[in-house]
Design a protein around this ligand. Structure first.
Ligand code: UD1
Length: 362
């Protein structure tokens, strides 16, 4: 049986694409193992799939000053030695990494053991973790054509991002029951990224009374970010994080307000959901969400409101405009060509296993 190790974590955006690959990998008869951090979101998300999970020590590699910069290198070194041991023990035929800091020691350890590694970069420009991993990789998958310019030509492959296929089969009625909403009022779904966004949450809660006159609101607000004062408000429901019901919530949503994380926007596009994107500002990141959002805006798929321009009036206006023009956005998205990312990536995985001649047909 062919054996694959998946890795990636830190935020859900580095885990959900791995989850999207699971059904196809199972169909191809892979023995699947996962390496993540001890306590990261990946542990919780992978738990329900009955895949052996190995926690390793993980530290963040920062380019800015933080007291943790003095302790994290030790964690990274420990993580590398744990990953080396796991590679020797598991002897996988191939490793697939969705990125995030925990993936770095895993990829480097696999490289040392001459195990082929395929990495995936979802953002427009490679993040620091993936940059460190590129030399040890066999192929680098990417989501945007623009990213090809930042990658070594012989390794880069434009695959798009794998999307959990169950998201396409949501049930609106189930979601109505789940949220206790009426069918007579439009629904807005708000996703502040996988960890939630305080800025988006505050902005929405400020205009909530006005929003609720016209819409019902499902708010995915992030861990620890529920506002207890709003619990029980008619037409408003908050969740920290939603797993299997997300497909139903998407089916119910007339419009979506979202951060511009790479996976979230791919899902919105695949589902043809009219969306308003509020990208994470360049002060808090390397600015990739702004590039993601502007790329979708240019193609006529999204409305964009940058944090710097975010006021309560502007937000309300943009939401109403999005709702009025929703069919225009849906039409544009329905004409966008979608790649079958799962197929492309699993083909690369199969190719890597074949070329390595590693452990096959045991
Ligand atoms: C703050 C930060 O570092 N953000 C980065 C992070 O975002 P983040 O982790 O938020 O990533 P994405 O928006 O790409 O993905 C979030 C994933 O979580 C899922 N989801 C979200 C909420 C929920 O309740 N349930 C649920 O299942 C979404 O459907 C999606 O599949 O990784 C992305 C991909 O590298 C980057 O583009 C973002 O810039």
């Amino acid at each position: 049986m062919k054996r694959i190790v998946l890795t990636g974590g830190g935020t859900a955006g580095h885990v959900t694409p791995n989850i999207a690959l699971l059904p196809k990998l199972k169909e191809l008869n892979y023995d699947i193992h996962y390496i993540g951090s001890y306590e990261g979101i990946e542990r919780k998300l992978i738990e329900e799939f009955q895949i052996p999970y190995y926690g390793i020590s993980s530290g963040k590699l920062r380019r800015y000053f933080d007291p943790k910069n003095f302790t994290d290198p030790f964690k990274v070194v420990k993580g590398f030695s744990q990953a080396r041991k796991l590679m020797k023990k598991l002897k996988p035929d191939v490793v697939f990494s969705k990125g995030g800091f925990v993936s770095v020691p895993v990829v480097l350890a696999a490289g040392r053991s001459k195990i082929p590694v395929i990495i995936h970069e979802s953002d427009m420009t490679p993040g620091l973790a993936n940059k460190l991993c590129i030399p040890a990789s066999y192929k680098v998958c990417c989501n945007f054509p623009e990213t090809l310019h930042y990658l070594p030509e012989e390794k880069a492959v434009l695959t798009g991002s794998p999307i959990r296929q169950e998201l396409l089969n949501g049930n609106k009625l189930e979601a109505l029951k789940f949220c206790n909403f009426t069918a007579n009022k439009p629904v807005i779904l708000i996703i502040g990224g996988s960890l939630g966004s305080t800025i988006v949450n505050d902005a929405i809660r400020l205009i909530l009374p006005e929003l609720l006159q016209k819409y019902q609101v499902i708010h995915l607000c992030g861990k620890g970010k529920i506002d207890p004062a709003l619990t029980g408000t008619n037409g408003y429901i908050q969740f920290e994080y939603i797993k299997k019901e997300l497909s139903d919530l998407f089916a119910l949503a007339d419009i979506v307000i979202s951060r511009a994380g790479a996976n979230a926007i791919c899902e919105l596009l695949a589902l043809h959901k009219p969306n308003l994107l509020i990208p994470l500002s360049a002060n808090a990141s390397r600015g990739d969400q702004i590039l993601n959002a502007r790329s979708l805006e240019r193609q006529g798929f999204s409305l964009v409101l940058e944090e710097e321009a975010l006021t309560d009036r502007k937000l309300l206006e943009s939401i109403n405009k999005l709702y009025e023009d929703r069919y225009i956005f849906m039409d544009a998205m329905s004409k966008s060509g979608q790649t079958n990312s799962i197929e492309l990536i699993t083909n690369l995985i199969e190719q890597a296993v074949k070329e390595s001649g590693h452990n096959t047909e045991e």
